[in-house]
Design a protein around this ligand. Sequence first.
Ligand code: COA
Length: 260
Amino acid sequence: MSYENILVATENNITTITINRPTKLNALNKATIAELHQAFKEAEADTATRVVVLTGSGEKAFVAGADISEFANFSVEEGAQLAQQGQELLFDFVENLKTPVIAAVNGFALGGGLELAMSCHFRVASENAKMGLPEVSLGVIPGYGGTQRLPQLVGKGKAMEMIMTAGMLNADEAKQYGLVNYVVAQAELLEFCNSIAQKIIKNSPVAISKAIKAINANFKDGVNGYETEIKAFGYCFGTEDFKEGTTAFLEKRKAEFSGK
Ligand code: COA
């Protein structure tokens, strides 16, 4: 499928999705959100895709936020609808994707941009990256899950401070607070993410998808994460991947997982 606002390329079982509106610092307008939804949906359905890496085009920004020009005149109802639709279509969708998603944060990740990076399963930043939720400086609050996911990652006090001050963390600070796992030179960012992806690809896709579900359950209201884990653990025993993984271990050979 061809897209106007994003680029999608699959190589060595890694699908790289690049948000491609560099003149607008890759700001998320409605069309981009719809295209991202479609691309993630296709990547999840594609058995050749074992990991997705999400990044922004250009050297300046991952995503500089939701597209402010699109919502500046919205009513109360339109504002609530914007947040709800965006969360369903993109942010919750990515968080719950069965395929692992790594955010390669290659510059500014602000507002909806940081919210998108936080929806990914984990993050790697380039040295020039700057991350923050500056919405209160616009008279609004984060609406794509930022008030929920930022405290999960950096703790409540730091999240409160970041959101209240509309301040930005540089890459090293983001690593210090657990918002990103690694900081690397910009030129090495994608290669570094691909090297982590290669380690993931060696493992069972079914088991990984169940692990994502169980870990996410810890952060869902009204869901008992331990029960989710027990069910997911049991499920694995009925998969070809489990038979292959345990048999390969006992036969002292490398497992070849089918993902079934
Ligand atoms: N929505 C819409 N357009 C945006 C945008 C956003 N969130 N962020 C950047 N842009 C656009 C700018 O309007 C500008 O477009 P123009 O050239 O047509 O005027 C272009 O991207 C370049 O941005 P600019 O502000 O000129 O770059 P800069 O280097 O001076 O500043 C930032 C970079 C990231 C500090 C600044 O763009 C910014 O503060 N952006 C908004 C961040 C924000 O509040 N995000 C949360 C939104 S909820």
